[in-house]
Design a protein around this ligand. Structure first.
Ligand SMILES: [Zn+2]
Length: 374
């Protein structure tokens, strides 16, 4: 070999030695901001190896455990005023006894404080599994839930761009109670679908979901003022044997009148209630109220919201008034739009894959892996 022949090879070797081991920049994981507490006056924060900072990432000289108080957009940490508070830990930050991953941000609000957990989306999903369903469910149901929750979270992130947070940690969006409820099976189900989302015409689908549809899922426009071709409602008999399939509640008319009043619906001296019209999925569109003001029809979704979504578990119900009380007997649990969690559970137990389950509840959607793979 001549020196000339060696030269290009040598240059390559030299370049390899000079360049960093990996010239590919690390991909930052997709992050999500979840409002884990809202409007509370005081909270306790603890954990091992806490790094406590202000928003400018300057360390704050306070010693954990922290007692944080907030009012009228001002914040006190262990009695000292602070403009803002950011906390991380080696494993988890404990907020009011619950563990959270990522960065906890405490933001003073007009009333109390807002606590936001910013963490990688995939880690959020692992904790979510045992809040929304159970990691003991069939694996294909866990995988379906992971895809639906990932898609929903990203859809909300996109639509709430610039807001203080992307997601509520309650049934308003998706239930999330921190990382203390994570387990290996939930993690496995999430990892098996890493980065997978449901799309429609190339865009993220709006993947609403609920506990139990009671036999037929609901068209989205019956609950919210949007129309989606993949949320028109499908028959689902798979949830009918579930413990959440049927419900009943009895309330006094006086109690109902009070709850309606609290929701801004005047029905003084309420003396009768009856079912109004129903839609194609069997759910009530309206409830008829008879009071001193005469007879009025109230949207069944508003009626459910006023009485409480765990008291009136769905809008598919019958009403029987007897004396001073009303008895409600109903089917299903939740708004009924999109994936039926208990239906997905039975389908998975019956051998359906998570892809088949998703295609069934969101017809026309396409499963895709996100470009950065998360
Ligand atoms: Zn169902």
């Amino acid at each position: 070999m001549t020196t000339k022949a060696l030269t290009p090879f040598f240059i390559v070797l030299l370049l390899m030695a000079l360049l960093p081991a990996s010239s590919t920049p690390a991909v930052r994981p997709e992050m999500i901001r979840v409002a884990v507490l809202k409007g509370i006056d005081q909270l306790k924060i603890d954990g091992s190896g806490l790094l406590i900072m202000d928003r400018q990432r300057e360390p704050l000289r306070v010693t954990p455990p922290l007692t944080v108080k907030g009012e009228r957009k001002r914040l006190w940490v262990n009695g000292r005023e602070a403009a803002s508070l950011l906390i991380t830990a080696s494993t988890m930050v404990i907020v009011n006894g619950k563990g959270y991953r990522g960065v906890i941000e405490v933001i003073p609000a007009e009333r109390g404080v807002l606590v936001v957990d910013e963490l990688p989306l995939e880690e959020y999903l692992i904790g979510l599994i045992n809040c929304e369903i159970s990691s003991l469910w069939p694996l294909e149901a866990i995988k379906a839930q992971a895809v639906v929750a990932r898609t929903f979270a990203l859809y909300q992130k996109e639509s709430r761009k610039g807001a203080l947070y992307h997601l509520e940690a309650t049934i308003l969006d998706q239930v999330y109670d921190g990382c203390s409820v994570e387990d290996a099976r939930a993690a496995f189900g999430v990892r098996e679908t890493a980065g997978e989302v449901l799309t429609f015409n190339g865009d993220l689908a709006q993947t609403f979901f609920h506990a139990n549809c009671g036999g037929h899922t609901e068209a989205v426009e019956q609950v919210w003022s949007v129309r989606r071709p993949y949320l028109t409602g499908v028959t689902c008999r798979y949830c009918l044997d579930a413990p959440t399939a049927a419900w009943e509640s009895t309330l006094s008319l006086a109690k109902i009148e009070g709850l309606l009043k609290g929701a801004g619906v005047a029905a003084p001296a309420l003396r009768d209630l009856s079912a109004g019209t129903r839609n194609g999925s069997g759910r009530l569109l309206t409830v008829r109220l008879t009071s001193a003001k005469g007879v009025r029809e109230l949207a069944a979704t508003s009626f459910r919201k006023a009485l409480g979504s765990t008291v009136i578990r769905s809008t598919n119900f019958e009403i029987a008034v007897s004396g001073e009380s009303a008895r409600f007997t109903g089917s299903g649990f939740g708004h009924g739009v999109g994936l039926c969690q208990w239906g997905a559970r039975s389908r998975a137990a019956d051998g359906f894959s998570y892809r088949e389950i998703l295609t069934y509840y969101y017809p026309g959607t396409v499963l895709r892996k996100m470009a950065n793979g998360v």
